[in-house]
Design a protein. Structure first.
Length: 324
């Protein structure tokens, strides 16, 4: 009997399953879903590592002046007879900005103002001496304001020249000076840069329509390039031209019609001044002298003010660019 029972029990044991053999169930007691296959991780890509970490952009260097050493300024005072009083105002602006003038030259009456300045290198001294000029020192009995002009010798100004320059020589100037002249008989151009100032003035000032030649010697008002070369030969490396013929009439309308050839000659001189540019000169101060013909003796103070006004912008630019 026992054997019979064992025969039935053994096959039943094969169908029994333990807890370990049952599939896992969820919280509800139902069999849990079979595990899902997990996606494979993305493939890794090798990123090159720079040898050195990136650096921040470089900061701009602080501005520096073009020249560590200040340039040596050479000044050309252009022609214009009594318009040349505007040069005093321009020189006053150089003094205000403390720009030293290494060498100076003048064409025609620019030579007069340049010579007065060069003696002491002081614009106040030049102004004081220039305003000692009296109308009676000028050609014609009625002076430059006469309705008609008759050219005379530079000798009419000898008293003024002697009183302002005396026996001083160019070599003793505080500032390098020279002025150009033309010897018509020898067809020769030259420089008055040595000897007595009064000899230089007699050679560099005479020019139509107010003066005859001085023994065949005339002023040389066209000589801008020669003047620039003269200044460079004396060590100047920054050349400034002051042009008092920049704007405004040259002769009064009455004189222009009476002296048409002289008016044409001066118009060509103006054109020469307006053509001046680098490399001959680095800066040009064109002074607006409208309302003041070259015979305007009574307008000398106004001309001086016009020179200062026109020079201010150029002088300030020089200070900014070169650090005077």
């Amino acid at each position: 009997m026992v054997l019979l029972l064992l025969a039935f029990a053994l096959p039943a044991c094969d169908t029994l399953k333990t807890r370990r053999d049952l599939p896992p169930t969820g919280k509800s007691g139902r069999p849990a879903d079979p595990p899902q296959a997990q996606p494979a991780p993305p493939p890794t890509v090798a990123v090159p590592v720079p040898a050195t970490p990136p650096q921040p952009p470089a900061q701009p260097a602080p501005p520096t002046f073009l020249n560590k050493e200040l340039p040596k300024v050479g000044v050309i005072l252009g022609p214009g007879s009594l318009k040349a009083y505007a040069h005093i105002g321009a020189l006053r602006e150089f003094a205000r900005a403390r720009i030293p003038i290494h060498a100076i030259t003048g064409l025609e009456w620019g030579a007069l103002i340049g010579g007065l300045y060069a003696q002491q290198g002081q614009v106040n001294d030049a102004e004081w001496k220039a305003f000692k000029l009296k109308e009676s020192d000028l050609p014609n009995e009625g002076g430059f304001l006469s309705s008609r002009l008759k050219p005379e010798s530079i000798g009419v100004m000898q008293g003024f020249i002697d009183s302002t320059f005396g026996n001083t020589s160019i070599e003793r100037s505080k500032v390098e000076f020279g002025c150009p002249a033309f010897w018509s008989k020898q067809d020769r151009f030259g420089w008055m840069s040595k000897g007595p100032y009064k000899d230089a003035m007699r050679a560099c000032l005479p020019y139509p329509p107010f003066f005859t030649d001085n023994g065949g010697v005339f002023a040389a008002p066209f000589s801008v390039e020669e003047a620039a070369a003269h200044l460079r030969a004396r060590g100047a490396n920054l050349i400034v031209l002051v042009n008092v013929l920049g704007q405004g009439e040259i002769l009064s309308s009455r004189m222009a019609s009476e002296l048409s050839s002289d008016n044409l000659l001066w118009s060509e001189i103006r054109r020469e001044m307006l053509r001046a540019k680098s490399p001959s000169v680095h800066f040009v101060i064109n002074v607006n002298t409208s309302g003041h013909p070259i015979t305007d003796f009574g307008g000398r103070r106004a001309l001086m003010d016009a020179g200062a006004k026109s020079a201010a912008d150029v002088v300030n630019k020089m200070v900014s660019q070169y650090g005077f």
